[in-house]
Design a protein around this ligand. Structure first.
Ligand code: MCN
Ligand code: SMO
Length: 786
C-alpha cells in the first residue's frame, strides 16, 4: 500500500485495520459450508440436463425398478415455474419450469432429477433416463436472435427480445452535424461464468418440531430466496426457514433462485426428508447462469482538443433463455444504458439497449454487473477519441472527468454523483504507474523484444442503491432496506443480528466494527449472526455493494439507540445525568466513576429491583433499519493503471505493474477494502485476458472444464499496488460508500488500453475481450492487411 491517508485508529471501530473474525475458522478448515452438512437419512440429488440447445421433448423413458426416485416434469406438478416479473413496459415474461416440459432451451436445462444414497448412484439413475428430442434451430448470438425470421425461443413473443430500451437527451443529431471529431467503434465482451470458490449447494429438510421447511442454501439473499421458494412451492413464507451455512463466495451467482434449489426444496417438503445437491464445476461451467456477453456499437463526438460532445450507442446483451429470479434478464442492459457515460461529462447522450434471448444459460449479474463491459467500452472509446485528436489519452481523460468543483453532480442519465475527486484519482494513478518514465522507456527496445504499453481506466461504482433505482429497473422484488438487531447480553457482551449474509466480504467483522465504534466494546465481545431468516430481521441481502452502507448503517443506528438505553441505566447507577455518561475503552464513564457493560446487563437482567420505577421496559435490545439519503446511492470511484508487455510473436500479454487508486468514502476496515480491490482485480484480469464461455454454432458449450475455461491464478496475477483516498459522502452514515464490485470493473479497460498502446506503432487495435493471444495475433494480422 503506497498511501494510507487514514489517521491512526486506536480502537476497533470504523477505520481500524483489524483481522477478520471469520478467518480463524476458515484458515483452519472449520467453516461449515453446504457440502459439510451431514444429516441422518440424507439423500444426494443429481440432475439430468439437456444435451441439446433447443428442442422439443418427444418422449421420456425412466429406468425400471427405481419408482419414486426419478422425477420428470410430469412427476412434479406441484412445482411452480420460476417467473420473474418486471414493471418495465414492454418486458416479456419467460416462465422457466425447473424441470423442462415441452421444450428445452439451452444445453444444461434440467429434464430429470434423481435421488439416491450417494451422488454417483443418483447420477447413474439420471443417465438411465432416456429422452427423445426433436431438435430446433439454435440461436447463439445477438445478431441471429434479432434477425427477421429467426427461430423463436418463446413462441408467443413474436421475436427474441426480452426488452428494448432507449434513452435520448435530445441533441445528439445536432452534435453529429457540427462536431469536429467523430469516432466509430464496435466492442464485444466475452461470456463468462462466475466461479465462486464454493459452487452453489444446498441441503433441504423438514423440521417437524416447527413444522417448517428448512433450507441450508449457499446464498447471498436468504430472505429473497424464502420469497422465491414460497412462490414456486406454494408454501407460506412463514413456513420456510432459510438458514444459510458459510458461503464460499457469491459474486452475484448466489443471488439467484435456482431451479435446482426449487426442486431439492420440493423433495424435502414433499417427502419430509433431508436432500442435498452440490453443484460440481462442470455443472457450473455448462449449465449455471452466465454473465458479461455484451456487444456495443458506439459513435462518439468531440471537439478538436478531444472535449467530449456526444455519445450515440447501441448495446445488445446476450441474456440466454430465461429471466433469472429476482433480477430479470434485463437488469444488465438497463444498467449498461444508464452507466455507459461513466465518470465523464457528456453533454448529449443517446442509447438503445436490447436484451436478446438466446439458447444459452440464463444471464445473471456478476460482480460489477454491466459495468465491467460498460467501462471497457467507454475507456477504449476515450483512448480512441484521444488518438483521433493526436493527444495523450490520459490528458483527454483528465479534461473530461467530472471535476471535484462540480460535486455533487447530476449526470446526463440522472445519476447523482454524491462526492469525489475523479481527476485527482487519475493524477495519482498516473504518478504511481510512472507514466513519463514508461513513455521514455517505450522509445528504447525491450531486452526481450516485447512491446510495452500503459493504459488507464476510471469508473464510478454506484453502491447502496435506493429502492427507487431497483424500481426503475423493474424489479419490485428487490427493495432497498436493511435492518439489524443489537442486544446487550447478560455477560456484558453484545449480539448483532442481521438478515444480510456474509459471503466472504468480511461483514462479520465490519458489522462488529460498526457496533464497536458506538459502544467501544472490543470486536471479540460482539458476536455477529447473519442470514438466518428465523433469527434475524428482514433483509434483501448482500449484493449491489450495499452491505456495509445499509446493514452497517442499521447496526450503527441500532447501537446508538442501545447506547441511549445503556446511558440511562448507567446514569442511574452512577447517580449522574445521562448527558454526563460516555463510553470509552469498552467501559462506561461518569463524572466520578465508571461501570462496565456487564454491570449494566446484570442490573437489567438479574437485579431489576435496583432500577427506578419509570425504567424503559423495552429491554437491552434494539432493531433499527437504514437507508442512505439519496435514491441513486453512493458513488465510489477509482482509477486503475496497467503496464503490460505484449509479445507480438506469440500474442501473449503479461501485466508488469498494476495500480489501483480507490475511494469508497470512509473505510470501515482498510485491510478488507484492499482485499476487495485485490479480489476484484483478479476477476477483472480474468475478464480482460483469460475467461470465456465459448459456444459452437449449435449452442454446445465448448469450455466445459477449467482446462478450456482459464481462470487466472497467482502466476498470472500482478502484484497490485493500492492507494486510498477517503472522500466522505455527505449522504450516508459516517460517510461510508460501498466497494464490493469496484475492483472488477476497471481492469479490462486499463489492460486492453495498455495492450493497444503497446501495439499502436503497428496500427493494431483490439476491441474484444478476453484479449487472448489468438485475438492479439488476429489484430496484428488485420493491421498488416490494411
Ligand atoms: N467495506 C469497508 N469499508 C467500506 C466499504 C466496504 O470496510 N467503505 C468492506 C465491508 O466489509 C463490506 C465489504 O468491504 O462488506 C464489501 O463492501 P460492500 O460494497 O458493502 O459490499 P457487500 O457487503 O454488499 O457485498 C457484496 C459485494 C458484491 S455485490 C459482490 S458481487 C462481491 C463483493 O461484495 N462478492 C464477493 N465482494 C466479494 N468478496 C468476496 N470475498 N466474496 C464475494 O462473493
Ligand atoms: S453482482 Mo454483486 O452480487 O451485486
Amino acid at each position: 500500500v503506497e498511501h494510507d491517508t487514514h489517521p491512526a485508529v486506536s480502537g476497533e471501530g470504523i477505520g481500524a485495520r483489524v483481522r477478520r473474525k471469520e478467518d480463524a475458522r476458515h484458515l483452519m478448515g472449520r467453516g461449515r459450508f453446504a457440502g459439510d452438512i451431514r444429516m441422518p437419512g440424507m439423500s444426494d440429488v443429481a440432475f439430468l440436463r439437456s444435451p441439446v440447445a433447443h428442442a422439443r421433448i418427444l418422449s421420456v423413458t425412466k429406468p425400471q425398478g427405481h419408482e419414486g426416485a426419478v422425477f420428470t416434469a410430469a412427476d412434479c406438478a406441484g412445482v411452480g415455474d420460476i417467473i420473474t416479473r418486471s414493471t418495465i413496459p414492454g418486458y416479456k415474461l419467460s416462465a422457466h419450469p425447473p424441470l423442462a416440459r415441452e421444450k428445452v432451451r439451452f444445453v444444461g436445462d434440467i429434464v430429470a432429477m434423481a435421488y439416491a444414497p450417494t451422488r454417483a448412484e443418483a447420477e447413474d439413475l439420471c443417465e438411465a433416463t432416456l429422452f427423445d428430442y426433436e431438435e430446433l434451430p439454435a440461436i447463439v448470438d445477438c445478431d441471429s436472435g434479432r434477425a427477421p425470421g429467426a427461430a423463436l425461443l418463446h413462441e408467443a413473443w413474436g421475436d427474441n427480445l426480452f426488452l428494448e430500451t432507449s434513452f435520448d437527451s435530445g441533441g445528439i443529431e445536432e452534435v453529429a452535424r457540427t462536431a469536429a471529431v467523430k469516432v466509430e467503434k464496435r466492442f464485444r465482451t466475452g461470456r463468462q461464468c462466475m466461479h465462486p470458490m464454493e459452487g452453489k449447494g444446498l441441503v433441504a429438510w423438514w423440521d417437524f418440531q416447527n413444522d417448517t421447511l428448512v433450507v441450508n442454501t449457499s446464498t447471498q439473499v436468504p430472505h429473497m430466496i424464502r420469497a422465491g421458494l414460497a412462490e414456486t412451492l406454494g408454501l407460506p413464507e412463514a413456513q420456510i426457514r432459510i438458514a444459510p451455512p458459510d458461503v464460499g463466495g457469491g459474486f452475484g451467482y448466489k443471488c439467484l433462485l435456482q431451479p435446482e434449489e426449487v426442486l431439492v426444496a420440493w423433495l424435502a417438503m414433499t417427502l419430509k426428508r433431508p436432500f442435498r445437491w452440490i453443484e460440481d464445476r462442470r455443472e457450473h461451467l455448462t449449465a449455471g447462469a452466465n454473465a458479461r456477453e455484451h456487444e456495443y456499437v458506439i459513435t462518439a463526438y468531440a471537439d478538436e482538443r478531444g472535449r467530449l460532445l456526444g455519445l450515440d450507442a447501441e448495446v445488445a446483451v446476450n441474456v440466454g433463455a430465461y429471466s433469472v429470479w429476482p433480477f430479470t434478464a434485463c437488469l444488465e442492459a438497463a444498467q449498461a444504458g444508464g452507466n455507459l457515460p461513466g465518470p465523464y461529462i457528456w453533454p448529449q447522450y443517446r442509447c438503445k439497449t436490447y436484451s436478446v434471448a438466446t439458447n444459452k444459460p440464463p444471464f445473471a449479474p456478476y460482480r460489477g454487473v454491466a459495468r465491467p463491459g460498460v467501462c471497457f467500452a467507454m475507456e477504449l472509446t476515450i483512448d480512441a477519441v484521444a488518438a483521433a485528436v493526436g493527444r495523450e489519452a490520459v490528458d483527454v481523460r483528465a479534461e473530461n472527468l467530472v471535476p471535484a468543483s462540480a460535486m455533487p453532480y447530476l449526470n446526463i442519465t440522472k445519476k447523482f454523483y454524491d462526492s469525489g475527486d475523479y481527476p485527482a484519482s487519475l493524477a495519482t494513478a498516473r504518478e504511481m504507474i510512472g507514466f513519463e518514465a514508461i513513455r521514455a522507456r517505450q522509445k528504447m527496445d525491450e531486452m526481450d523484444g516485447r512491446r510495452i504499453g500503459v493504459g488507464f481506466s476510471t469508473y464510478t461504482e454506484q453502491s447502496a442503491h435506493g429502492t427507487k433505482v431497483f424500481a426503475s429497473w423493474g424489479t419490485p422484488l428487490v427493495p432497498g432496506y436493511e435492518q439489524a438487531t443489537i442486544r446487550l447480553n447478560p455477560d456484558g457482551s453484545a449480539d448483532v443480528k442481521a438478515g444480510i449474509h456474509t459471503i466472504g466480504q468480511g461483514l462479520e467483522t465490519t458489522l462488529a466494527q460498526m457496533a464497536s465504534e458506538i459502544l467501544t466494546l472490543p470486536i471479540a465481545q460482539i458476536r455477529v449472526t447473519l442470514g438466518d431468516t428465523a433469527t434475524t430481521p428482514f433483509s434483501t441481502g448482500a449484493y449491489a455493494s450495499r452491505g456495509i452502507v445499509m446493514a452497517g448503517g442499521a447496526v450503527s443506528k441500532a447501537a446508538q439507540k442501545l447506547a441511549e438505553k445503556v446511558k440511562a441505566l448507567a446514569a442511574h447507577l452512577m447517580q449522574c445525568s445521562a448527558e454526563q455518561v460516555r463510553f470509552e475503552g469498552g467501559a462506561i464513564h461518569g463524572p466520578t466513576g465508571s461501570v462496565t457493560f456487564a454491570e449494566i446487563a446484570r442490573a437489567w437482567y438479574r437485579t431489576p429491583e435496583v432500577l427506578p420505577d419509570g425504567v424503559d421496559t423495552g429491554g437491552l435490545e434494539v432493531t433499527e433499519g437504514y437507508k442512505p439519503d439519496v435514491d441513486t446511492g453512493l458513488f465510489s470511484y477509482a482509477t486503475h493503471a496497467a503496464l503490460v508487455a505484449v509479445d507480438v510473436k506469440t500474442g501473449a500479454t503479461e501485466i508488469l505493474d498494476y495500480v489501483v487508486v480507490e475511494d469508497c468514502g470512509r473505510m470501515v476496515n482498510p485491510m478488507i477494502v484492499e482485499g476487495q480491490a485485490y479480489g476484484g482485480v483478479a476477476q477483472g484480469v480474468g475478464t480482460a485476458l483469460f475467461e470465456e464461455s465459448t459456444y459452437d454454432s449449435e449452442g454446445q458449450p465448448l469450455a466445459s472444464t477449467l482446462v478450456d475455461y482459464l481462470l487466472p491464478g497467482p502466476t498470472e496475477l500482478p502484484k497490485v499496488r493500492i492507494a486510498h483516498t477517503e472522500t466522505l459522502s455527505p449522504f450516508s452514515a459516517h460517510g461510508i460508500k460501498g466497494v464490493g464490485e469496484g475492483g472488477a470493473i476497471a481492469p479490462a479497460g486499463a489492460i486492453v488500453n495498455a495492450i493497444n498502446d503497446a501495439l499502436k506503432d503497428l496500427g493494431a487495435t483490439l476491441c474484444e475481450i478476453p484479449a487472448t493471444p489468438e485475438r492479439v495475433l488476429a489484430a496484428l494480422a488485420e493491421a498488416r492487411r490494411t
